[in-house]
Write a protein that binds this ligand. Structure first.
Ligand code: HEC
Length: 178
C-alpha cells in the first residue's frame, strides 16, 4: 500500500487516535478479546439460535445479512454469515474468540466490564453463528507446529485424538485436561 494513499493515511490516523491517551508500552484494561472460561458441556447452536433471535437479529437480521448503509457501500450492521461476512480464517470463526468478543461488545452499546450476556449465552451464540455458511479460506498451513494449535481451531489435524467436531464445539475441558 502506498504511504500516501488515502487508505494508509486513514489507518495511520486511526491508530494515532486509539493510542492517543495510552502511554507507550502499556496495554489498556479491557482491550483485546476477553478469555471466557470453558463450559462443562458442548456449546449449543440450538440454544444460540434462540438468543440470536432475542438479542441480535434486530440489527444483524434474521438471515444474518446485516443492513447496508444508505450509500450501499458501508454496512450499518455487518453481516454475520453469508458471502459478505468474515471468512473461515477470521479470528471470530474460533468459538472462544467469538464468545469473548460478543460477551463484552454486543449487543452494540455494551462496554467492558458490563455485559448483557451470560457466559453460556455468549458461547451458544458462537455455536449458532459459526455454524452458518461463510466464505472459505485455506488456512491449512497456519499452524505448522500442530501442538501449538489453539484448542478450538476448527480444522484438523490435531496433536490429540479428539474429533474436529469436538475441537469446534467442545466440550473443551477434556481436551485441555492435563
Ligand atoms: C443495536 C444493533 C446491534 C445489535 C442488537 C447487535 N449488534 Fe453486533 N454489531 C453491530 C454493529 C454496528 C457492529 C459493527 C462493529 C461495531 O460498531 O462495534 C456489530 C458487529 C458485530 C460483530 C463483528 C462482525 C465482524 O465481522 O467483525 C459480531 C460477531 C456481532 N456484532 C455479533 C452480535 C451478536 C452475537 C449480537 C447479539 C448478542 C449482536 N451482535 C447484537 C450492531 C448490533
Amino acid at each position: 500500500m502506498d504511504n500516501n494513499s488515502p487508505e494508509m493515511q486513514a489507518i495511520k490516523a486511526y491508530i494515532e487516535f486509539v493510542g492517543k491517551d495510552v502511554p507507550k508500552g502499556e496495554k489498556p484494561k479491557g482491550s483485546g478479546i476477553f478469555v471466557l472460561p470453558f463450559l462443562d458441556r458442548a456449546i449449543d447452536p440450538v440454544q444460540g439460535a434462540k438468543i440470536y433471535a432475542a438479542k441480535c437479529q434486530s440489527c444483524h437480521q434474521a438471515n444474518g445479512q446485516g443492513i447496508l448503509a444508505a450509500d450501499s457501500v458501508e454496512y450499518l450492521y455487518p453481516p454475520l454469515w453469508g458471502a459478505n461476512s468474515y471468512n473461515m480464517g477470521a479470528g471470530l470463526f474460533r468459538m472462544s474468540r467469538f464468545a469473548g468478543y460478543v460477551k463484552y461488545n454486543m449487543p452494540q452499546g455494551v462496554n467492558f466490564p458490563e455485559s448483557q450476556l451470560t457466559d453460556e449465552e455468549a458461547w451458544d451464540l458462537a455455536a449458532f453463528v459459526n455454524s452458518q455458511q461463510r466464505p472459505s479460506m485455506d488456512i491449512s498451513s497456519d499452524w505448522p507446529k500442530i501442538k501449538e494449535k489453539p484448542v478450538d481451531h476448527p480444522f484438523g489435524p490435531y496433536a490429540d485424538q479428539f474429533s474436529e467436531k469436538q475441537h469446534k464445539y467442545g466440550p473443551f475441558k477434556p481436551i485441555v485436561a492435563p
